[in-house]
Design a protein around this ligand. Structure first.
Ligand SMILES: *Cc1c(COP(=O)(O)O)cnc(C)c1O
Length: 229
């Protein structure tokens, strides 16, 4: 019998490919970012050993504690930062992450641009959008996205890979996903990071190119840690 985490991983994979088929999309059109925050290496190993390479963490400090060793052991790991990034952690983030999904303010863009130049490293960058205009949540208001993208390119030559959102927990996510897809299209961006354990099939129907799935693979997290900052 396979490891329970591997069984859960495979069932998420199966649900993803069914959602792709239903949406008339190629089964490999969507990348699965396996979210490992709060989980130790022993929980992550079964999927790494099965060949999975794309992972997400929401805290720089926590990721620094486990991923350098895992990256050394499993070549080809692609690590995504999916939580808020403080400007003073930009150097560490550029060093460790291959994709930073939570870019949402000019000072952070300036710090990232400086570090990318200094480290000669260019992680893919996504703009986080606060589609529900929730005051406690990070991300740009939808109407600020176009100007922000223009300024990043003008001032730093940055080209974003896509947009990311976390819809309000108490609302139907579909309209939020649709809004993000429209914004990406209007700004000529291909990447759409949207959908989590409870709604990744909906996100795939709305055009997600990356879904971020944690608890459906690795099980429930301790409740003291916020699920989505
Ligand atoms: C934790 C987290 C996820 C994964 O959430 P699950 O509901 O466990 O799948 C996805 N995106 C972000 C930004 C997160 O912080």
């Amino acid at each position: 019998m396979s490891h329970p985490i591997l069984t859960a991983y495979r069932s998420v994979r199966a649900e993803m490919s069914e959602a792709c088929t239903r949406a008339g999309r190629a089964p490999d059109a969507v990348s699965l970012v396996a979210v490992t925050k709060t989980h130790e290496a022993d929980a992550i190993l079964p999927v790494l050993e099965d060949g999975h390479r794309v992972f997400g963490e929401n805290r720089v400090q926590e990721a620094k504690g486990k991923w350098p060793q895992l990256k050394a052991r499993f070549p080809g790991v692609e690590l995504h930062l999916i939580g808020p990034l403080q400007t003073n952690k930009a150097a560490e983030a550029v060093a460790l992450f291959d994709v930073i999904q939570t870019v949402d303010r000019d000072r952070l863009v300036a710090a990232l641009a400086r570090e990318m130049e200094r480290q000669k490293k260019t992680p893919q960058l996504y703009v986080q959008v606060n589609t529900g205009l929730e005051p406690q949540k990070a991300g740009l208001a939808p109407d600020q996205v176009a100007g922000f993208i223009r300024n990043s390119e003008r001032d730093f030559g940055i080209r974003y890979a896509g947009l990311m959102c976390i819809p309000p927990v108490d609302q139907d996510p579909a309209p939020h996903f649709r809004m993000l897809a429209n914004l990406a299209k209007a700004n000529g961006l291909a990447g759409l990071s949207m959908g989590m354990s409870s709604d990744f099939a909906v996100a795939i129907a709305e055009g997600a190119t990356a879904v971020r799935v944690g608890s459906a693979i690795f099980g429930a997290r301790p409740t003291a840690i916020p699920a989505a900052p």
